[in-house]
Design a protein around this ligand. Structure first.
Ligand SMILES: Nc1nc2c(c(=O)[nH]1)N[C@H]1C(S)=C(S)[C@@H](COP(=O)(O)OP(=O)(O)OC[C@H]3O[C@@H](n4cnc5c(=O)[nH]c(N)nc54)[C@H](O)[C@@H]3O)O[C@H]1N2
Ligand SMILES: Nc1nc2c(c(=O)[nH]1)N[C@H]1C(S)=C(S)[C@@H](COP(=O)(O)OP(=O)(O)OC[C@H]3O[C@@H](n4cnc5c(=O)[nH]c(N)nc54)[C@H](O)[C@@H]3O)O[C@H]1N2
Ligand code: SF4
Ligand SMILES: [Mo]
Length: 747
């Protein structure tokens, strides 16, 4: 028997796992009680890394499509097929005819975090897509305008706050997002246990709402109105006070407050469905609390005012004096560094979008990518510059992105597609080649992305629990080889060569960067140091980031106990660098070096918001999503222990609406939007406000030619057949997945 420790890579909470093994057989997985961050907490998904590893449907060998069917081949054959297909399209139609789509698990994957960039560079296309534009992009865009980088996202200081207002998030199901906090539920309960208050703003009485002191049953898509009204209430009462710690570093407060003034509680009550009294109550709760924090997530970002809503969350935190102080909304200082710690404090180029635009609709680039909602039309709309090939990495856009029926058809139309994925599913069934990455237990891990949004500054590294099979490449080697092939280096090109180039590039730019702790050092010496002991690939790059990060050992120039990979290897339960500390003004990277609260793009969007009040008020039935603790987006429905039990893909309907529409519990309803229609089983429940129905996303596993035997038995329906690809938050290109106008009728 041996025990291995491993951070769970399935969601943003990053719980520590204790894996018991007999030889190479996993016997048990439970929470690691000594983990410095999660302290033994685990959700039902965490222990299923074993089932995931053992899943007979999980791909272990590459698949190539022959005569319409996928067959297993060996790696050289798969690579030859990739080279033929990819270079064929590039040769005929150019690099812009190749699109890339990076999915959510990339953000939980050290290989992908460090080598996707090389792949994108090698392909050399602006046709880049990812799950960001069906998720958090608005939150990042708002942060980039105001604080200067897209990762300068304030998180609620959960463990010290007296008053938490959760808007459009359900951490009891999701375990939190853009707020890395293992045992988020326990942290919420601790707020109440120490006498604090929790308010949940959600059209559904979610599990989180049930645990809160107050549930505000807002109408979907109207949170920006609600938040602006809070600002207007506090301004009218003369209670706007950013605090002495923020005031000197803030510009534009007065103009923002003035711009919010017209959004009085009376003027937004009908559209939001929240009474003026209740809006005032929430405003007063925030202003009266010793410390408070507003936190918003998917229910706020995937809406037509996603960016302005995210910004208004920051505005409310600022006007109540809660930005960047204990118990308020604070910034993590990631141990491995990131855009919020690099470069020169107090200066930056300013954020802008629109370096390029999509071919069919002219939608602007945002953070180097185009809206996922535009991918289908970029493939199908006639023209020389059509997308003819697609590379997906850890993505399932056929279930995850709007108007998925259209995308499904478009993918069938491609000349070539290659997917790096672990399943033959609704998306990868279209791929000519599927390159399987090893299982989650077969690779090392560090949460490079999500620890940038953690409620404590911690660092946790896990080596691979299980070895790779003979000849099985690690995921970074797959991505590096893809990059090399896309660059024309051929199928025998060695990923190790690219790895050496990447590390040398990183080191050289750091030693030449006056703001780096290793500025002026000898690059070769640093590379030698990193490579001693034979470290390569993501681990070597991670060591570099840890050593040069804000707590770094800096190859001997930093503190003795400074961060390095060796330090983390010696501390398998993680290293705790402490509670969040104030970071303003050090974190600011705006052109002025201030918090640019009144960025003209954001102020201007308030006009669009004001102009939509009547339309939002008059909207009929709308659809929202939801998550379940035992499910994970679209891809964990093949794990029997997670999906067993009563069906979860149901249409939740309030009893009043059910009566009006003639729907009965357990019956079927046809849900129809502008772009599509699905038949779903009805669940009549008081847990949703009237006028709103809810269907979870990620289901619809009834596609032929997939290999998901367990999932197919409980296929469910795909809610994104209903999401309209034309409905976007224009500031971020993010799809409207919540608040979709629908009609519902009895089947
Ligand atoms: N209607 C509606 N739609 C939504 C949402 C919603 O709330 N409502 N939520 C959105 C959100 S927040 C997100 S993040 C997106 C997710 O959208 P996507 O990222 O497109 O989809 P996932 O369901 O995460 O699919 C992940 C894919 O990665 C594969 N995979 C899993 N692990 C690995 C790995 O380690 N390596 C590789 N190479 N592949 C792996 C899986 O087999 C699967 O094919 O969906 C969005 N879509
Ligand atoms: N178990 C599980 N955990 C997950 C995932 C999963 O699929 N399953 N996915 C992971 C991913 S990729 C992400 S991004 C996170 C997401 O994490 P969360 O944002 O916490 O996700 P949800 O649980 O979907 O919660 C969104 C809530 O917003 C509400 N809502 C919908 N529309 C509106 C609106 O217009 N206004 C307001 N105020 N509320 C609204 C919904 O009813 C829902 O309760 O979860 C992550 N964790
Ligand atoms: S909460 Fe998230 S990180 Fe923790 S065990 Fe569950 S899936 Fe894994
Ligand atoms: Mo997400």
């Amino acid at each position: 028997m041996r025990i291995a420790y491993r951070t769970c890579p399935l969601c943003e909470a990053g719980c520590g796992l204790e894996v018991s093994l007999r030889g190479e057989h996993v016997v048990r997985i439970r929470g690691d009680r000594d983990d410095v961050f999660s302290r033994g907490y685990i959700c039902p998904k965490g222990s299923t890394l074993k089932q995931l590893h053992d899943d007979p449907d999980r791909l272990r060998r590459p698949l190539v499509k022959r005569d319409g069917h996928h067959v297993e081949v060996d790696w050289p054959e798969a690579w030859a097929e990739v080279e033929r297909g990819l270079l064929g399209v590039i040769g005929r139609s150019g690099r812009e005819s190749v699109a890339t789509y990076l999915g959510n698990p990339s953000a939980h994957n050290l290989s992908a975090m460090l080598f996707n960039r090389s792949l994108l560079q090698a392909v050399g296309t602006r046709q880049r897509y990812s799950a960001s534009t069906v998720d958090q992009m608005p939150r990042q865009v708002a942060a980039a305008y105001v604080f200067g980088t897209p990762v300068s996202v304030p998180v609620p200081d959960l463990d010290r706050t007296d008053h938490l207002v959760i808007v459009g998030a359900n951490p009891y199901a999701s375990n939190g997002s853009l707020c890395t906090a293992p045992d988020f539920p326990g942290r919420i309960e601790a707020i109440r246990a120490r006498g604090g208050t929790v308010v949940v703003v959600d059209p559904r009485r979610s599990r989180t709402a049930e645990e809160a002191d107050r549930w505000v049953a807002i109408r979907p898509g109207t949170d920006a109105l609600f938040l602006a009204a809070i600002v207007s209430v506090l301004a009218a009462e003369g209670r706007v006070a950013a605090g002495d710690h923020i005031g000197p570093h803030l510009v534009g407060l007065d103009s923002v407050v003035a711009a919010c003034a017209p959004f009085t509680p009376d003027s937004v009550a009908a559209a939001t469905g929240v009474t003026p009294e209740e809006i005032r109550l929430v405003a007063h709760g925030l202003a009266d609390a010793a410390s408070a924090s507003v936190y918003g997530r998917v229910g706020t970002t995937t809406t037509e005012f996603g960016t302005v809503t995210s910004w208004l969350i920051d505005v409310v935190n600022i006007v109540t004096g809660n930005l960047d102080r204990a118990g308020g909304a604070m910034f993590a200082k990631p141990v491995a560094g990131g855009a919020s710690t690099r470069g020169v404090s107090g200066t930056g180029p300013g954020f802008r979008i629109g370096r390029g635009s999509t071919r069919a609709r002219g939608l602007p680039e945002v953070m180097g990518e185009y809206p996922a909602a535009a991918l289908a039309e970029e493939i199908t709309a006639p023209g020389d510059a059509r997308v003819r090939a697609l590379i997906t990495v850890a993505g399932n856009p056929v279930l995850s992105t709007p108007n998925s029926g259209q995308l499904d058809a478009a993918l069938a139309d491609l000349e070539f597609m290659v997917s790096v994925d672990i399943y033959l599913n609704e998306t990868t069934k279209h791929a000519d080649v599927i390159l399987p990455s090893p299982s989650q237990l077969q690779r090392s891990h560090y949460d490079l992305a999500l620890l940038q949004f953690a409620v404590r500054n911690v660092a946790n590294y896990s080596p691979a629990v299980l070895p790779l099979a003979d000849g099985e490449p690690d995921e970074w080697e797959i991505l590096a080889k893809l990059a090399l092939i896309a660059q024309g280096h051929g199928i025998d090109a060695d990923p190790q060569v690219l790895d050496d180039l990447v590390v040398a590039g990183m080191v050289r730019s750091a030693v030449a960067d006056p703001s780096s702790v290793i500025c002026g050092r000898d690059a070769d010496e640093v590379v030698g140091h990193l490579s001693s002991g034979g470290r390569r690939g993501p681990d070597r790059l991670l060591d570099f980031m840890l050593q040069t990060g804000p707590y770094g050992a800096a190859f001997g120039a930093g503190p003795d106990d400074g961060a390095s990979l060796d330090l983390l290897v010696d501390n398998p339960h993680g290293v705790d660098f402490g509670a969040l500390e104030p970071r303003v003004p050090e974190i600011l990277r705006t052109p002025s070096g201030k918090i640019e609260l009144d960025h003209p793009v954001l102020i201007a969007d308030l006009e669009r918001l004001a102009g939509s009040i009547d339309e939002l008020r008059d909207r009929g039935l709308v659809l929202v999503g939801r998550r379940h603790l035992r499910s994970n987006n679209s891809w964990m429905h093949n794990i029997e222990v997670l999906v067993k039990g009563k069906p979860r893909c149901t249409l939740q309907v309030h009893p009043d609406d059910a009566a009006r529409l003639g729907l009965v519990n357990g019956g079927y309803a046809k849900v129809t939007s502008r772009v599509g229609s699905v038949d779903a089983p009805v669940e009549v429940t008081e847990m949703i406000r009237p006028g709103v129905v809810s269907l979870p996303h990620g289901w619809g596993h009834d596609h032929p030619d997939t290999r998901l035997r367990v999932a197919a038995e409980r296929a469910g329906v795909n809610s994104n057949v209903l999401a309209d690809h034309e409905a976007l938050d224009p500031l971020s290109g993010t799809a409207v997945l919540n608040g979709i106008p629908v009609t519902v009728e009895l089947v």
